[in-house]
Design a protein around this ligand. Structure first.
Ligand SMILES: NC(=O)C1=CN([C@@H]2O[C@H](COP(=O)(O)OP(=O)(O)OC[C@H]3O[C@@H](n4cnc5c(N)ncnc54)[C@H](O)[C@@H]3O)[C@@H](O)[C@H]2O)C=CC1
Ligand SMILES: O=C(O)C(=O)COP(=O)(O)O
Length: 388
């Protein structure tokens, strides 16, 4: 029986992918084989030695100690693209809120004390304060052209906007999926200089922390609208508040309220709602539950942020061994020798590496004796060995 600990509410449709005759799933499990999580901060928590996999039912993994898990030979999985449409829709909504001053206008009508004819008069007199602008012809800068950035670029083009994108790490697959109408900025400064709206869709890492800072905020056109539905640390809140106060920026719409930003009249700060739709929650949970199950039962790795993609069809009746090791020479040779010494015949094998990690799946035709597994475990550089 596999034990799965959930750290956040994970959609029931996702959990249904883990059959109850094989999986016990609960928030109170002491020795879990895997952890399913959304945004809970795992950096400070003690992650039990029994954990073999972590599944993030979503995209961002900055709440998970990925490097520590890599050193322990534990893969972290996520659900790329599963919540992209939900974020796209919220960002488009935010862009319209910013362009038409919707929250301020709504606040205005809610606070009117008049009634009857005087209410109508106050409405008509007041509306001029909230006059906005239209989207066609306006330029949207998209920083990060992954699943979300691309979806937003397409939607903005469909609304008649001009779209400029910047992504130094775009994958070949990602570039193929990107509309040819998206103009390519050579760097983030070139993008900022032209963007009347700028939206961020990058992971929070050292290179992206405060990518919009006090210096760069000045390079945005006057009246620009900033959208941050990526992570709190991507934008320097203080710099943005100053630019809103000076009138240089028109509005800041984000998914990350803070003490600094949430009371500012030109800020709309939503409670991290980007992925909070039934559809996105189901998609993310189903995708990551399937990934974790495939890893626990068959050792296959799909959509991991730290392990190499490794999928091997299992030969009917074969005994499978999964080895995680540091990516240093000769470990594979040693593992093969350990199998040969135990008299085991290898039917199929796959070996992949990613950065400092290597991962091997070996199918053999007989049960693997504990002594052979111990011999592999004792090889310097081997981080984990499982028999599946
Ligand atoms: N508000 C919310 O509820 C949600 C927020 N997010 C956030 O959005 C981020 C992006 O999500 P996805 O698009 O699904 O991820 P993704 O992995 O598909 O795309 C991220 C893109 O950012 C690019 N990138 C990395 N560093 C960059 C840099 N310095 N400059 C420009 N581009 C850079 C990568 O090359 C990649 O193409 C997540 O990491 C997460 O932090 C994701 C989902 C929901
Ligand atoms: O997928 C992401 O990166 C998100 O930010 C969504 O977070 P959540 O699962 O809604 O807590």
């Amino acid at each position: 029986m596999f034990q799965i600990r959930t750290l956040n509410n994970i959609s029931a449709r996702g959990l249904e992918r883990l059959p109850r005759d094989q999986y016990e799933v609960a928030s109170e499990i002491n020795r879990p084989d895997a952890v399913l999580v959304r945004s809970a901060n795992m950096h400070e928590m003690e992650i039990p030695e029994t954990v073999k996999a972590i599944g993030r039912a979503g995209a961002g993994v900055n709440n998970i100690p990925v490097d520590t898990m890599s050193q322990r030979g534990v893969p972290v999985f996520n659900a790329p693209g599963a919540n992209a449409n939900a974020v796209k829709e919220l960002v488009i909504a935010a862009m319209l809120m910013g362009a038409r001053n919707l929250t301020q206008a709504w606040e205005y009508t809610r606070n009117l004390q008049e009634s009857g004819e005087s209410l109508t008069k106050a409405v008509e007199d007041g509306k001029k304060q909230f006059a906005g602008f239209e989207l066609p012809g306006r330029t949207l800068g998209v920083v990060g052209l992954g699943a979300i950035g691309r979806a937003i670029a397409d939607a903005a083009l469909a609304l008649g906007m001009r779209v400029i994108g910047y992504d130094p790490g775009i994958t070949v697959e990602g570039a193929w999926q990107l509309s040819a109408e998206v103009e390519r900025a050579p760097n983030v400064d070139a993008l900022f200089a032209k963007s009347e709206f700028v939206t961020f869709h990058v992971p929070l890492v050292d290179a992206t922390r405060h990518i919009l800072n006090a210096e760069r905020v000045k390079t945005l056109p006057k009246g620009a609208v900033v959208l941050n539905f990526a992570r709190h640390g991507i934008v320097d809140d203080h710099a943005v508040m100053e630019a809103l106060d000076s009138g240089h920026l028109g509005a800041y719409l984000c998914d990350f309220p803070s003490e600094t930003n949430r009371h500012h009249p030109k800020v709309v700060a939503l409670p991290h709602l980007g992925a909070s739709t039934g559809e996105a929650e189901d998609n993310s949970a189903m995708m990551v539950a399937d990934e974790v199950r495939d890893y626990l039962e068959d050792g296959n790795v799909r959509n991991s942020v730290n392990f190499p993609e490794t999928v091997m069809e299992r030969v009917e009746g074969a005994y499978r061994v999964a080895v995680v090791n540091s990516n240093v020479p000769n470990i594979l040779g040693q593992v093969s020798t350990d199998f040969a010494d135990a008299g085991l015949n290898i039917i199929d094998m796959i070996n992949k590496s990613r950065g400092d990690l290597a991962y091997t799946l070996v199918d053999v035709d007989q049960p693997v004796p504990e002594s052979a597994l111990d011999a592999i475990r004792e090889t310097p550089g081997v981080l984990s060995v499982r028999i599946l």
